[in-house]
Ligand binder design. Structure first.
Ligand code: KMH
Ligand code: ZN
Length: 277
C-alpha cells in the first residue's frame, strides 16, 4: 500500500453555476487563491476547468495559457488541465487544450451518460488525444467513469504503448448519474480490473463522496476532492471553500497513516518532469 496519499483538488468543474454557488472559484484570482489554500491544506495536483468573464465554461486558449502560468507562478501544484471540458465542447477545442502545455491532463476513456446529457468520448477521439499527449509529453490521467472505460484503457495501452513519463495513473469518477455507482463493491471491481502497475485515485460525486473516499483510503488508493464533484460538505451544509474538502481528505489520510504527498513527491510518483527552475 502507498505510504502517502496523493490529493487532487478539482475546484470548479464545468457544471456548477456561479450565481447559485458563490463560493465556486471562477476568476483567475479566485482560482489561484483557492489553489494556494488547497496546496497548504495538502493537495498536490489541481484539476482545472476555467470560466469566461460571464462565469461560463470555456476552453479559450489564451485563458488556459494564462491560467497555467498563474498557477505555476503562485503554487508548486501539478497543473492538470481538463480535456473533458463541458459536454458542449467540440473535439478540436478539447484537443487544443494541450497547446497550453500543462504538466498533465485528464483523458476520459469512454462515452458516458452524464445526468440528462452525454459526455462524448468515442474511440477515435480518445486515441487521437492519447497520441497527442505522447507527442507533447503531457502526462495523462485516465478518467474512468465506468467499467467499460477500464477495458478501453487496456486497449489504448496495448495499441499505443505507455503514456508520457511511462507511469499509468487513473482516476475513478464514481456516482455520476449514468456512470458506475459510488460504492465500495464497485470500487473494488474497478480497481481489480486496472492494468498491472497502475496507480489510482477515486472521487465520488455528490452524496457518494464519503463512501468513495473511505473506500479508496482503505484500498490503498489516492483521493480527488473539490467543488467539481460535490457542493455539500454535509447534509444541509454547503461547501464554504474548496480547501475545507482538502483539509478533510488530508486529515482522514493522516488518520489512515498515509499522510498527504507534497507536490515534489507527487511529481516523482506520477513521473511528471520537474519544472525548470
Ligand atoms: N465536465 C464533464 C463533462 C474531465 O474534466 O476530463 C467532463 C469532465 C471530465 O469534467
Ligand atoms: Zn473535470
Amino acid at each position: 500500500m502507498a505510504a502517502s496519499t496523493l490529493i487532487t483538488v478539482a475546484p470548479t468543474g464545468a457544471e456548477a453555476d456561479k450565481a447559485a454557488v458563490p463560493a465556486l472559484p471562477v476568476t483567475l484570482d479566485e482560482l489561484v487563491g483557492t489553489a494556494k489554500e488547497c496546496e497548504a491544506a495538502g493537495a498536490a495536483v489541481i484539476h482545472v476547468h476555467i470560466r469566461d468573464q460571464s462565469a461560463r465554461p470555456t476552453l479559450d486558449r489564451g485563458r488556459l495559457a494564462d491560467t497555467v502560468a498563474a498557477l505555476r507562478e503562485g503554487t508548486d501544484l501539478i497543473v492538470q488541465l481538463s480535456t473533458g471540458g463541458a459536454v458542449t465542447d467540440s473535439f478540436p477545442a478539447r484537443l487544443a487544450v494541450l497547446d497550453a502545455a500543462p504538466d498533465a491532463c485528464s483523458l476520459t476513456c469512454g462515452t458516458v451518460n452524464f445526468g440528462d446529457d452525454v459526455f462524448s468520448n468515442p474511440w477515435t477521439f480518445i486515441k487521437e488525444l492519447y497520441q497527442l499527449t505522447q507527442e507533447r509529453q503531457v502526462v495523462p490521467e485516465f478518467e474512468l467513469f465506468d467499467l467499460g472505460h477500464v477495458a478501453t484503457l487496456h486497449r489504448l495501452l496495448r495499441e499505443f504503448g505507455p503514456p508520457a513519463g511511462g507511469h499509468v495513473h487513473c482516476d475513478l469518477v464514481m456516482g455520476v448519474p449514468g456512470g458506475m455507482p459510488g460504492d465500495v463493491a464497485t470500487l473494488a471491481a474497478a480497481v481489480a480490473a486496472l492494468p498491472d502497475g497502475a496507480t489510482w485515485s477515486a472521487t465520488g460525486i455528490g452524496r457518494t463522496t464519503l463512501p468513495v473516499l473511505f473506500g479508496a483510503l482503505g484500498a490503498g488508493g489516492h483521493l480527488r476532492v473539490g467543488m467539481e464533484d460535490t457542493l455539500s460538505f454535509a447534509r444541509g451544509r454547503p461547501v464554504a471553500r474548496n480547501a475545507e474538502l482538502v483539509e478533510r481528505a488530508a486529515e482522514l489520510a493522516r488518520f489512515a497513516q498515509r499522510p498527504p504527498m507534497r507536490p515534489a513527491e507527487a511529481r516523482e510518483f506520477l513521473s511528471i518532469p520537474a519544472r525548470p527552475a
